[in-house]
Design a protein around this ligand. Structure first.
Ligand code: PLP
Length: 450
């Protein structure tokens, strides 16, 4: 007979083994033992998400005029949800496991304006700052048509203010592009991970780019300190910003509508699984927060990180959240998934979502390239490496003992066939042609063992 004590020891040994795997930079799939179905999350309310959505709507006429590519959606920045049967078969073939349920892709790689998930949070924070400046001075009222902000008089006004941000690339792009449309000065501090083409693009539109040798956390700290010396400026603080988080969370309301339009049920007989690439945690955190307010225990959100930058998982496993940096455990934070090259997680996402994130897993870079190639071959998706981390989630959930345990513990085993899996494809369409071709070649070589 197994005694309670030996059961406990097994549990502890399991945890140690998992932790050792994590710090050895091996792939792990971890389920959150603090996860529970009590959704009285008092930190942020649904009302705040609705308020963020209304702000996006107020700005829609401005966005529509300033960014003609949003004409069809009338200035609403949103991406499609598509069924990816071919990729599902490909994944099943590659990893020799059946994915129970349907597989969809949320195509934030095609989001207008900046081609990544940052077009949600990043843009939202700049809209909010711009609005507060003109409302404070009675230059506009919230009943007005915000289209009028797109003129020289307002640009001249906004040029007296600066926006500062630190980025591994995509946040800088989204903040830079939207800020310049308003006429703000913008300084983007880029960590060593940032790709050259992102810096060039920003310089071309008139943003100041400051390059750093350090990693993301060091760059954020530098930018935060530098910002304090300037007046009339706003710092987009990726590690602590509630506004970024709220901007991301609006995606949940939009997704709810898209699921309804497609007659995809989410209820106690139709669970929804969502797999979200995670860097500092704001984007996946905001989306999870929104989805949990709407679908409660029927949605299961898993975060995905590179094996070399598993900051959120380390924060959860140690319970230390933003007090821990992967470097402390000898993890190098070097990954081609530049959007996720973050060594220290957000200061509040892990705490707010301590009981709401179902699990976190890590993926090796070589898998990302392979999947990048296949996603392009079978579904014609154009994704950057970060965006592929989500795709392996349904495999790991179905294949790993932890995943099966999670499913069993919630009595989902018999209804998995009627479940929906959504992989969040977080970036890609701004990657220049030649660089995308390099990615595809690298993926092809890995896929074909060349
Ligand atoms: C930033 C980013 C993420 C993750 O967002 P965080 O808020 O940093 O967790 C995921 N994918 C891509 C492509 C990104 O640029």
């Amino acid at each position: 007979m197994v005694s309670l004590n030996s059961f406990k020891m097994d549990n502890i040994n399991n945890k140690c083994a998992k932790f050792n795997n994590l710090i050895s930079m091996n792939e792990v799939f971890w389920c959150n033992d603090k996860y529970n179905d009590d959704y009285k999350n008092l930190e942020i309310s649904l009302e705040e998400i609705l308020d963020a959505e209304r702000r996006f709507e107020r700005f829609a006429p401005f966005i529509e005029e300033a960014f003609p590519e949003t004409k069809n959606s009338k200035g609403i920045i949103e991406s499609t949800l598509i069924k990816i049967d071919k990729m599902k078969s490909k994944l099943e073939e590659l990893y020799e496991v059946k994915i129970k349920g349907e597989l969809y892709c949320k195509c934030d790689n095609n989001l207008p304006i900046s081609g990544s998930i940052k077009a949600r949070g990043g843009i939202y924070e700049v809209l909010k700052y711009a609005e507060s400046l003109v409302l404070e001075r009675n230059m506009i009222s919230i009943e007005d048509n915000y289209k009028k902000l797109n003129n020289d008089e307002f640009k001249k006004f906004f040029s007296k203010f600066s926006i500062v941000v630190a980025s591994t690339g995509n946040l800088g792009l989204s903040i830079g592009i939207i800020s310049k449309k308003f006429g703000f000065n913008v300084r983007v501090h880029m960590s060593k991970d940032a790709k050259k083409w992102k810096k060039d693009l920003l310089r071309n539109i008139g943003a100041k780019v400051v390059e750093h040798d350090g990693d993301y956390s060091t760059t954020v700290r530098f930018a935060r300190n530098e910002f304090k010396k300037h007046k009339n400026s706003h710092f987009v603080d990726d590690e602590n910003s509630r506004d970024l988080f709220l901007g991301y969370s609006v995606a949940a309301l939009r997704l709810k509508n898209q699921l309804e339009e497609k007659n995809i049920k989410v209820d106690s007989n139709h669970p929804l699984f969502v797999y979200l690439p995670c860097g500092v945690g704001g984007a996946p955190g905001g989306i999870t927060f929104g989805l949990k307010r709407i679908f409660k225990e029927n949605v299961h959100c898993f975060f995905a990180e590179p094996t070399h930058s598993p900051c959120m998982l380390l924060g959860f496993m140690t319970g230390m959240h933003d007090k821990v940096n992967v470097k402390r455990y000898g993890i190098d934070n070097i990954t081609d998934a530049d959007g996720l090259a973050v060594g220290k997680p957000s200061g509040f996402v892990g705490k707010i979502l301590e009981k709401e994130i179902s699990g976190i897993y890590t993926v090796d870079d070589s898998q990302l390239y392979k999947l990048l190639f296949y996603a392009n071959e079978v579904e014609e998706l154009r994704l950057e490496p970060s965006a592929l981390t989500g795709f392996i989630g349904p495999i790991k959930l179905n294949q790993s003992p932890e995943g099966n345990k999670y499913i069993n513990a919630r009595n989902l085993t018999n209804i998995m066939e009627s479940s929906t899996h959504i992989v969040w494809a977080t970036g890609g369409n701004m990657v220049p042609e030649n660089i995308m071709n390099d990615y595809l070649t690298k993926g092809y070589n890995i896929a074909k063992n060349l």
